[in-house]
Design a protein around this ligand. Structure first.
Ligand SMILES: Nc1ncnc2c1ncn2[C@@H]1O[C@H](COP(=O)(O)OP(=O)(O)OP(=O)(O)O)[C@@H](O)[C@H]1O
Length: 265
């Protein structure tokens, strides 16, 4: 039986009188590409914010099992975002959040710092151990950029990159934290068809070659249906459907609530 690497139980998030997430259960298995879909305002980004420590859920539990076995099981609700990152959950955001005036390499290097050993004192006094760690961060960051296909832009300022490359750079920065699960919030938003195709290939490569599981929030239904092993559909914060793309496309509740007539998968 599959052991989930992420196990969310009965998650609820209230903002005053508004219940943005309502008793949500969701499991992600090792090696899976999963999608969280639903209409605008359904609670998808709030869900990401709850499991990455930006919000403390009103109710419920979030467990991780980085290696898929019970010995590594940990409850992570209430942890601060930097600690969640250290546990192996990395994310990107709906709006691009790069350091625009820093180089592509520096943007990825910054991603490495949450998981480095040298503290502030080490960074100030820059002893041999710190210098060696810095060199290893440069090497690691360059290696990630190569895997993501951005090595030709290493010394370019992030703001000069084409849009699709900026989105890929965000993924590269998230990779720098060595995640076992990558949460992507609308990674294809604003991309042209060629960039979306390249993103599709990149996500498959991360799963197949880097053994990173993926959960994506995405409105591009064609991408979702092509990539996903499992899809969760939410509406008004409640899970209204779950399953393979075929099952979702044939689920009358989902069709009525969300997909409508115009799905083109
Ligand atoms: N910090 C907050 N304070 C109050 N209400 C919030 C807050 N964050 C989100 N909400 C509300 O919670 C609900 C869910 O919002 P959320 O952004 O999670 O939806 P979404 O599914 O990600 O939407 P979209 O697809 O448009 O990004 C919405 O009604 C939103 O207005």
């Amino acid at each position: 039986m599959n052991k989930p690497i992420l196990e969310v139980k009965n998650l609820t998030m209230d903002f005053g009188g508004l219940r943005a997430i309502n008793s949500l259960d969701l499991n992600i298995n090792q090696g899976e590409i999963a999608a969280l879909i639903g209409p605008n305002g359904a609670g998808k980004t709030t869900f990401f914010n709850c499991i990455t420590g930006i919000y403390t859920p009103t109710q419920g539990d979030v467990f991780i099992r980085p290696n898929g076995n019970d010995a590594t099981k940990k409850r992570i609700n209430g942890l601060k975002p930097n600690l969640v990152t250290r546990k192996g959950l990395a994310r990107t955001f709906q709006n691009i959040r790069l350091f625009a005036s820093m180089t592509v390499l520096e943007n990825v290097m910054i991603g490495c710092y949450p998981v480095t050993k040298a503290g502030i004192l080490g960074a100030i006094f820059r002893g041999p151990a710190t210098r060696a760690e810095e060199q290893s961060i440069v090497d690691k960051s360059y290696g990630i950029l190569k895997k993501i296909g951005l090595e030709t832009y290493v010394d370019e300022l992030a703001l000069n990159l084409p849009y699709g490359a900026q989105r890929r750079l965000e993924i590269a920065r998230a990779m720098a934290t060595d995640p076992f699960l990558l949460l992507l919030d609308e990674p294809a938003a604003g991309m042209n068809p060629k960039e979306t195709q390249a993103l599709n290939e990149l996500i498959l490569k991360l799963r197949d070659e880097e053994q990173i599981s993926i959960l994506l929030i995405e409105h591009d239904m064609k991408l979702v249906m092509t990539l996903s092993d499992n899809i969760f559909v939410v509406d008004y914060g409640k899970k209204i459907g779950e399953g393979t793309p075929e099952r979702i496309l044939n689920n009358p509740v989902v069709i009525k609530a969300y997909l409508g007539e115009d799905i083109d998968a």
